[in-house]
Design a protein. Structure first.
Length: 406
């Protein structure tokens, strides 16, 4: 793993289309002009211009821009489907620009998957065979292959459809098959180029929700391309906005909405109802205290006091949340002779899925002293959000959208 948990690092990436692109890149008089002016003067097109950013482990990094902004060219440079004219692209510390074809092929098969708008499913094959196609290509067979296919199908809710043909499935289900194929490969990095944009709005939103839930289980590092601001705000841990081949701003969803860096970004976000759009997952924090019901209650209280945590969260052996413990309840239970965490367990606590909006979450915690538990559809505790954090996230003055992401 790379330093500081950075999995993807792009430094000064350029892509110029034209017969003399390599010479053009070193001529400041050419590269300093506008995209349109360069095209008119030389016939060359700047698709990606001096782009730099880092993506941390398990982060969803969304690149958003209008048609022609360079976002799809950028993501194809990241796995060298398109060769960058200049720059460095490091995946988990390895510079892919320096890789031979065999090394690059191995990277694509084992560490990095590319997911397109149209998944390229094989209509004459079953769901099972489509999900296992990538494994087949890299030579995996037998029990290990079948186990990976079954797990991926279960994750996307298609176990019962494994024997069905692709043409028997709806568009949304076909997208699930494509996701399952990407998951089955076990790649730690996913590059996703507008994977949901061909779906109707209702199915698209459902796929976004499912993708977020899947990510909470699989924890892959994702670069996600979209032209839809609302999709970017729902999915992204951070968002990069592109225009004319350049990144004009990088920030969290609340930073982008609260502090647009220029008029271009302002136009994108001016009508965004922040509280109705920003998901709680973008502001959730790690809970300070996570314990089990079987732990010694006196020790739990000491941990909470040491960490100055008013509330602790209780999980079972499957890491599913089963309740909370407050310092007050723990102290009272100890005084009455209780010894285990379960003896002070509070089964009623505020909770919400990671896609819940800030407005919805504020209503949920309004009558509770405990922080909000952010829980996925399997009951796993992903993080927490305090009332204070929710209110601060809604304040326009909170956050800073400047910076290049480093």
């Amino acid at each position: 793993m790379s330093d500081n948990n950075v999995i993807i690092s792009c430094k000064n990436i350029w892509k110029i289309f034209g017969s003399n692109a390599a010479q053009m890149i070193d001529d400041d008089s050419k590269t300093s002009v506008s995209k349109q002016e360069l095209l008119e003067k030389t016939g060359h097109v700047i698709a990606v211009k001096d782009v730099s950013f880092d993506v941390k482990e398990s982060e969803i990094f969304v690149v958003m821009g209008l048609s022609g902004s360079g976002k799809s060219t950028l993501i194809r440079c990241m796995n060298r489907l398109i060769e960058p004219t200049k720059g460095e692209i490091h995946i988990d510390g390895a510079d892919i620009a320096q890789m031979e074809k065999t090394e690059l092929r191995d990277l694509r098969r084992h560490k990095m998957n590319m997911v397109f708008q149209y998944f390229g499913l094989l209509p004459h094959r079953t769901v099972h065979d489509n999900v296992g196609f990538g494994l087949e290509i890299r030579g995996e067979h037998g029990h290990t292959k079948e186990e990976k296919i079954s797990q991926a199908l279960e994750q996307v809710g298609l176990s019962e459809w494994r024997k069905s043909r692709i043409d028997e499935l709806s568009g949304g289900m076909q997208q699930r098959v494509g996701l399952a194929r990407a998951l089955a490969g076990g790649a730690s990095v996913l590059l996703m180029d507008e994977p949901f944009s061909a779906l109707d709005p209702l199915i698209r939103r459902q796929m976004q929700d499912e993708f977020i839930n899947l990510r909470s289980e699989v924890r892959q590092t994702v670069v996600f391309i979209t032209h839809d601001l609302m999709e970017a705000l729902r999915l992204g841990d951070r968002i990069a906005i592109m225009k004319d081949g350049e990144i004009v701003q990088i920030g969290t969803p609340q930073q982008i909405v609260a502090n647009p860096i220029d008029e271009y970004v302002s136009e994108f976000v001016k009508d965004v109802p922040r509280g109705q759009i920003i998901p709680v997952r973008s502001i959730m924090e790690r809970p300070a205290v996570v314990v089990t019901a079987e732990q010694d209650l006196e020790n739990i209280l000491k941990i909470m006091q040491d960490k100055e945590a008013v509330t602790g969260f209780v999980i079972n052996g499957f890491r599913r949340i089963i309740g909370t413990i407050s310092q007050v309840d723990a102290q009272a239970a100890l005084e009455s002779g209780a010894t285990k965490g379960g003896d002070a367990l509070n089964l009623e606590y505020p909770s919400a899925p990671p896609t819940a909006t800030l407005d919805d979450c504020l209503q949920i915690v309004a009558d509770s002293d405990a922080p909000l538990a952010v829980v996925n559809d399997r009951g796993h505790l992903l993080g927490i959000a305090t009332t204070t954090a929710l209110i601060q996230a809604l304040r326009v003055e909170n956050g800073n959208g400047n910076g290049n992401g480093h």
